[in-house]
Design a protein around this ligand. Structure first.
Ligand code: 2P0
Length: 324
């Protein structure tokens, strides 16, 4: 019987940017994110004893050799857990608004971890699932849970997992993605973060900054203080991006449109319409604001970026086994 899981992507408010152990996928720092309702992956896994290698499709297309190797290595971990050598047929569909460039390995590996482990006969706890998803992609560790989620960096495979801070977000925190460029990113997160760890003179400082950002962000969440959450997320994102600028060779994920969005948000803020920005390993900008201000913010952004480039997302749920 096939098993299907659905997982939603997440956007970090305190970013994960660097590994301490690339083999075990242990991060350098803790991180904290918001799982979103709007972007998700459905993955169906079918154990098939007749196969002599795993087979993968994403949105109906066969995946290339590099990704096949990465996905097979992940399924090897699942087989190890389950004590089986069965091969799997994996069909994954990303539900992301057309060519938004926001597809994420977070939802992909969280859904694959859930569907494959269940199909292999393992009934993992959510903590075990979070640890397993981590081995596929760091940010997937957090997508096991809904709402506001903390990933403890831990010191080994057992202790590096995510936990929910607030699974059901009961205050009006919202995000809006401005799609600046939907094409493939030029420097992958994996390569980019490793370069920063190895070459940015500011990297040691980043570790210290994240410690205080985690403390301050958790306090802001406890106070349901959306402006403070936004301010902290914006500062944290800028400092993460300062690592890319200060790497050797230095580079940036920002494009002209990214800068335009940042400046516009600064102006809105100065005029009393509170919203804050965060960027990940790409040029797209995500705004953080109180949902009551959504329409006013859209009215200001739409003439500059186009209404079809603005995607509103609310807090979303954790991973689940689904029947399609
Ligand atoms: C994050 N990002 O915390 C950070 C902020 C992007 C910027 O996690 O190498 O795809 O698979 O662990 O998780 C993107 O990196 O990287 C990411 P791997 P991943 O969300």
């Amino acid at each position: 019987m096939p098993t299907t899981a659905r997982a939603h992507t997440n956007i970090a408010l305190v970013k994960y940017w660097g590994k301490r152990d690339p083999q075990l996928m242990l991060p350098q720092t803790d991180s904290l994110s918001l799982t979103l309702d709007r972007f998700f992956t459905d993955t169906t896994v079918t154990a098939d004893r007749r196969l002599n290698h795993d087979r993968f499709t994403i949105n109906g297309q066969a995946v290339d050799d590099k990704n096949t190797n990465r996905l097979t290595a992940f399924l090897d971990l699942v087989r190890q857990l389950a004590g089986t050598d069965t091969r799997f047929n994996v069909a994954s569909t990303n539900h992301v608004p057309t060519s938004a460039g926001l597809a994420s390995s977070a939802s992909a590996f969280a859904a694959l971890a859930a569907a494959a482990s269940r199909e292999a006969g393992c009934h993992l706890s959510r903590r075990e699932l979070s640890r397993l998803a981590r081995r596929g992609s760091g940010s997937a560790t957090r997508s096991v849970y809904g709402g506001l989620v903390e990933w403890h960096r831990g010191t080994n495979d057992q202790t590096s997992f995510a936990e929910p801070l607030m699974e059901k977000v009961d205050f009006p925190l919202e995000m809006l993605a401005i799609v600046i460029d939907a094409s493939q990113k030029k420097v992958s997160s994996r390569t980019g973060m490793q370069l920063c760890v190895e070459t940015s003179p500011f990297y040691p400082e980043w570790r210290t900054i994240v410690e205080s950002d985690m403390t301050n962000m958790k306090a802001a969440i406890a106070n349901q203080d959306i402006n403070r959450i936004g301010q902290l997320a914006q500062e944290n994102a800028l400092r993460m991006h300062a690592l890319t600028l200060s790497a050797d060779p230095g580079y940036t994920y920002f494009e002209e449109g990214t800068m335009r969005a940042m400046r516009l948000v600064d102006t809105l803020n100065a005029n009393g319409l509170h919203c804050y920005y965060t960027m990940d390993a790409g040029p797209n900008v995500k705004l953080i604001y109180n949902s009551k201000d959504r329409q006013q913010i859209i009215d200001q952004l739409a003439p500059v970026f186009g209404k079809d480039k603005l995607i509103v997302a609310k807090p979303g749920p954790g991973v689940s086994i689904t029947q399609l």
